[in-house]
Design a protein around this ligand. Structure first.
Ligand code: AMP
Length: 221
């Protein structure tokens, strides 16, 4: 295993992206850069960005491209991302964001764009049961037997139901994914960087598929 990689993980919300990104970031020793986590941190801190983002997120809409590109440009310029790479989770979400990312990464191009493919009917079910640590972003699946309050095993924070995981907001987000994010799959396929991973398997098997796809993309031909 070669540490360091510049990766994007695409896929519908609820496909298991967050959990796989955490594992990939440990495996390749790179920061996990989740734009959703960054926005939720801004909401908690009550910054100007957070106040604006909360409204947009609670309705299941997308924050404007210009704002998102600015956040990601700044984050990718930090030493850890420049030196070791990163795994981007939740960005890009629109073609204009992908075009801007090509510009941001022109000196240090992406190694691979992975698309974690899980059918829509399956993610709907998973999202309704999803819970998340409000402090570190670790995802959990509720079985209904958890103690209250539910404490995160990783950091001791509160495990909550996300404000934007209501059935109406989930449905709206999945529609937005089809309209705005799925064109990215064609965009990256044309660039020859896309690897589609079948995400219907155990988490360990999906992780194995992801890492072997990255290794084969990076192997010199
Ligand atoms: P996520 O945690 O990736 O599901 O993101 C939660 C919410 O944050 C999304 O539903 C959007 O409202 C917002 N968001 C996160 N990333 C982006 C992005 N790249 N572009 C626009 N909005 C975003």
């Amino acid at each position: 295993m070669i540490p360091g990689a510049r990766l994007i993980l695409l896929g519908r919300q609820g496909a298991g992206k967050g959990t796989q990104c955490v594992r990939l970031s440990r495996h390749f020793v790179v920061p996990h850069i989740s734009t959703g986590d960054m926005l939720r941190a801004a909401v908690r801190e009550g910054t100007e960005l957070g106040i604006m983002a909360k409204q947009v997120m609670d309705q299941g809409n997308l924050v404007g491209d210009e704002i998102m590109v600015g956040i990601v440009r700044e984050r990718l310029s930090q030493a850890d991302a420049v030196g070791r790479g990163y795994i981007l989770d939740g960005f890009p979400r629109t073609v204009p964001q992908a075009v801007a990312l090509d510009d941001i990464t022109s000196q240090l191009p992406l190694d691979a764009v992975l698309d974690l493919d899980v059918p829509r009917e399956m993610v709907l079910e998973r999202l309704s049961a999803r819970r998340v640590c409000r402090d570190c972003g670790t995802n959990y699946v509720a079985s209904g037997t958890e103690k209250s309050p539910w404490i995160c095993e990783v950091c001791g924070g509160d495990v909550m139901h996300r404000d934007d995981d209501t059935p109406a907001a989930i449905d709206h987000r999945l529609d937005l994914y089809e309209q705005q994010t799925s064109p990215l799959i064609e965009y990256y396929r044309e660039q020859g960087r896309l690897v589609v991973i079948d995400g219907v398997a155990t988490p360990d098997e999906v992780f194995r598929r992801l890492t072997s796809a990255v290794d084969s993309m990076r192997r010199p031909s």
